[in-house]
Ligand binder design. Structure first.
Ligand SMILES: Nc1ncnc2c1ncn2[C@@H]1O[C@H](COP(=O)(O)OP(=O)(O)OP(=O)(O)O)[C@@H](O)[C@H]1O
Ligand SMILES: [Mg+2]
Length: 255
């Protein structure tokens, strides 16, 4: 089982788009996949066609109220693809759990206790390094970082590395950054090439070869509640995420 946290505390870097579309293509290829929406904005949940106000029990109840996992886990319209959804109430979980012993490993313990088994567990994190992201980092074995090809792309990464290092040293020694994904790439823009070069230097050997190109269809798909493979399977976005998924599967040999 590969457990992957998709993290970048920088907002709008392509985390959710990556989680939903990679999750979709992994499932299409026949892998069993669990997506966990750790973001109170619920974008992964919405992108998969759910309406958060209509969801009775969500990740909040799992973390705060010890609601059984079976009451929370959702099947999606897509075979092999399951979801632990979130709603806006998740925003108060960080505060409500502040005095809870072991609050940074609640998710990991729940998955362990329930003997959760999938080929892939992929966690979509909020754009912050708070308690929800910490829960993803203690649960994961791998970290993927989507980086938007733009001027401020590398800003804040030092803080992210520090956080990963501390979690690795104190709680989760197996944790590794295993993939950097360059998103919203436009080869006609010099800035994109600059960022690409810097990222390649900085993360030697860890950058996926696939570039996720800027593609309006990817930006439209969430409002239709569909992964790109269902919304427009002939778009560049579909092509790129399918290619990225194949690269991710290839990593299985070395991980
Ligand atoms: N390759 C792309 N081309 C064009 N638009 C994109 C692309 N990838 C993502 N987007 C759009 O950019 C916005 C930000 O992407 P996304 O929601 O995936 O980022 P995020 O890192 O999850 O954001 P947040 O930090 O708010 O959770 C969304 O509106 C999304 O539809
Ligand atoms: Mg998001």
């Amino acid at each position: 089982m590969r457990k992957i946290a998709v993290i970048n505390q920088k907002g709008g870097s392509g985390k959710t788009t990556t989680v939903v579309n990679v999750g979709y293509y992994l499932a299409e290829i026949g892998k069993t996949v669990l997506l966990i929406d750790l973001d109170p904005q619920s974008h992964t949940t919405i992108h998969l066609g759910f309406e958060p106000p209509e969801i009775k029990k969500s990740l909040y109840d799992l973390l705060v109220n010890q609601t059984p996992l079976s009451d929370i886990l959702k099947s999606t319209p897509y075979k092999n693809l399951h979801l632990i959804p979130s709603k806006i109430d998740l925003a108060s979980a960080e505060i409500e759990l502040v005095n809870e012993v072991g609050r940074e490993i609640i998710l990991r313990e729940i998955l362990k206790k329930n003997n959760v088994k999938y080929d892939y567990v992929i966690m979509d994190c909020p754009p912050s390094l708070g308690l929800l992201t910490l829960n993803a980092l203690t649960t994961a074995r791998e970290v993927f970082i989507p980086i938007q090809a733009e001027f401020f792309a590398l800003e804040g990464l030092t803080k992210l590395f520090q956080t990963i290092k501390i979690v690795k040293e104190r709680i989760n020694p197996a944790l590794e950054i295993t993939g950097i994904i360059i998103t919203m790439y436009d080869k006609r823009k010099n800035i994109c090439k600059d960022v690409e070069k810097k990222v390649e230097e900085y993360f030697k050997g860890k950058v996926f070869k696939t570039r996720i190109r800027e593609n309006v269809r990817l930006a439209e798909a969430p409002s239709y509640g569909k992964p790109i493979g269902e919304f427009d399977k002939n778009s560049y976005g579909a092509e790129d995420y399918k290619k990225l998924t194949k690269e991710i599967i290839k990593q299985e040999k070395n991980i």
